[in-house]
Write a protein that binds this ligand. Structure first.
Ligand code: TXA
Ligand code: MG
Length: 317
């Protein structure tokens, strides 16, 4: 059922069952983070490998010490600047957080989401919520209640509808290595805003060897339709003439192709708007049963880096 009743969502979560919840980034598939039973159901429903740890969503900074310890000063500075908001911190885990949540790691990923419905839900619960994005493993993340319903409609008692996600891309993940902050996943919070708070930061977003965060695995956020990522959509389309092609364009339509197969992320070239529209546009194109999606590279600054990173992974085969 799609509802906006926090009371209903609480009843279901108190029974160690799952609820899809809205956040400012993407919808999450949430369960009691302190219950192995509930968290087990998350992995099962998503068909997510058990080695891929979950993010724990908490209601306030004060709650941080219930799940994490040895918290660096820079983590508090980031939390103060960006929580509630699209930033996830990877910290030393406190005993009591079940191993299944952290995939046996001694660190835990934590954030405070910025959505009024989910924040008030968290404030009424006696436990934090473990929640990955509410999509089957490696498919496109949901930014609307309908996307979640299309994936898990029959298997979820409740989808809490908080409208379209205002950021539209997952949180930025930051961990600490020898005391230095490191970005593990590019996300909704742009690099420059982070650097304004803590100065230069290393980015380890690319999968070099073993991924620290499976958001780093190359094929991810992927539509079912074969997708090509390019700086030159027209030329790429000519190379594939004869195929039914859809376009994911940054700011301009292409005159010589069918308009119904084109998605423009932001007519004004606004990166925040483009990020917000990205996954919904991919969902729409993927439903058209095309032979190919051609996705255009966004300008490589600020959130454009995040958009390009997601598109690169969506097109990895
Ligand atoms: O915006 C978001 O972060 C959304 C909303 C629902 O909060 N959640 C989300 O969760 O994107 P998920 O499961 O799709 O991605 C979580 C990422 C994964 O790449 C996981 O590997 C990483 O966080 N992660 C979790 N715990 C970690 C840890 N201890 N160390 C390193 N990476 C971790
Ligand atoms: Mg995900």
């Amino acid at each position: 059922m799609i509802t906006n009743s926090i009371a209903l969502a609480k009843q279901v979560l108190d029974r160690e069952e799952l609820v899809a919840v809205p956040t400012e980034t993407v919808y999450g598939l949430a369960g009691n983070a302190f219950s192995e039973v509930a968290v087990g159901k998350i992995f099962e429903l998503k068909q997510r490998p058990l080695f891929n740890p979950l993010i724990v969503h908490i209601r306030s900074v004060e709650f941080l010490t219930e799940v994490a310890c040895e918290i660096p000063e820079a983590a508090y500075r980031l939390a103060e600047a960006f929580w509630p908001g699209p930033l996830t911190l990877v910290l030393q885990k406190k005993e009591g957080v079940p191993d299944i949540v952290t995939a046996g790691k001694d660190t835990v990923a934590v954030r405070i989401p910025e959505h009024p419905l989910t924040l008030s839900l968290l404030k009424q619960l006696d436990f934090p919520l473990a929640a990955p994005s509410a999509n089957p493993f490696s498919s496109i993340s949901p930014t609307r209640a309908e996307h979640v319903a299309a994936y898990f409609g029959n298997q979820l008692e409740i989808i809490l509808d908080g409208g379209p996600c205002k950021r539209g891309i997952e949180s930025t993940i930051i961990g600490f290595e020898n005391g230095d902050p490191v970005i593990y996943r590019l996300g909704s919070l742009p690099l420059n805003e982070i650097q304004d708070v803590i100065g230069q930061i290393k980015v380890k977003n690319k999968a070099d060897s073993v991924p620290e965060a499976p958001g780093m695995l190359s094929r991810h956020y992927a539509p079912r339709t074969k997708t090509i990522f390019t700086g030159d959509p027209i030329n790429t389309a000519h190379l594939h003439s004869g195929k039914t092609v859809g376009f994911l364009l940054f700011d301009k339509r292409l005159e010589s192709f069918p308009p119904e197969h084109q998605e423009v992320l932001s007519e004004t070239g606004d990166l925040t708007e483009a990020a917000r529209n990205l996954y919904a546009a991919l969902h729409r194109l993927d439903k058209l049963d095309l032979e190919l999606i051609i996705a255009e590279r966004a300008p490589d600054t600020g959130l454009g880096k995040t958009i390009n990173d997601k598109l690169e992974r969506a097109s990895a085969h």
